[in-house]
Design a protein around this ligand. Structure first.
Ligand code: MG
Length: 161
């Protein structure tokens, strides 16, 4: 595998773990305020990000690319209200989509179709992540901004399996 492509894939392992870190930080933000459903939603998101990192690690291993894990950046975002983390999630998922598209572009340039085929799963996944992030904002706006009740919204999330 071409060197630049290896570096981008290695870096993506770090970005996925960083995403898990950011979502755990958000989960704690909600737990501290007593919202168990929102806590559980973001905890679940964090677990998915760890699984994403592991998929990249497995692919690197199977492609005979040696790598080591790098330090993870601390979460720096400050949330002023309950809606802010939901808006942040959508912004963050769009960033992750752009990172994956960037790796895809590099793989196309190198005609590395092992990598493009591997990344297809992530492109579908990012489509879903962005969709779910938008739906969460829509539900929040419908139930909370309109005053129908944050408790109902929170209860809905707790029922996610
Ligand atoms: Mg991810």
């Amino acid at each position: 595998m071409e060197k630049r492509l290896q570096e981008l894939l290695e870096d993506q392992v770090n970005k996925e773990l960083w995403s898990a870190y950011l979502y755990l930080d958000i989960a704690e933000f909600y737990r501290a305020k007593g919202f168990d459903g929102l806590h559980s939603w973001f905890e679940h998101q964090a677990q998915e990000e760890i699984e994403h990192a592991e998929k990249f690690m497995e692919f690197l291993h199977d492609s005979d690319v040696p790598f080591r894990l790098k330090p993870i950046d601390a979460p720096v975002e400050k949330f002023d209200d309950l809606k802010a983390p939901l808006l942040f999630q959508l912004k963050h998922e769009k960033l992750v989509t752009s990172l994956i598209m960037n790796i895809y572009e590099e793989a196309l340039k190198e005609h590395d179709h092992m990598v493009t085929r591997f990344l297809d799963w992530f492109i579908d996944e990012q489509f879903e992540e962005e969709k779910h992030s938008k739906e969460l904002i829509d539900r929040y706006e419908l139930l909370c901004d309109s005053g129908l009740g944050l408790a109902k919204f929170d209860k809905e999330l707790k029922e996610r399996k």
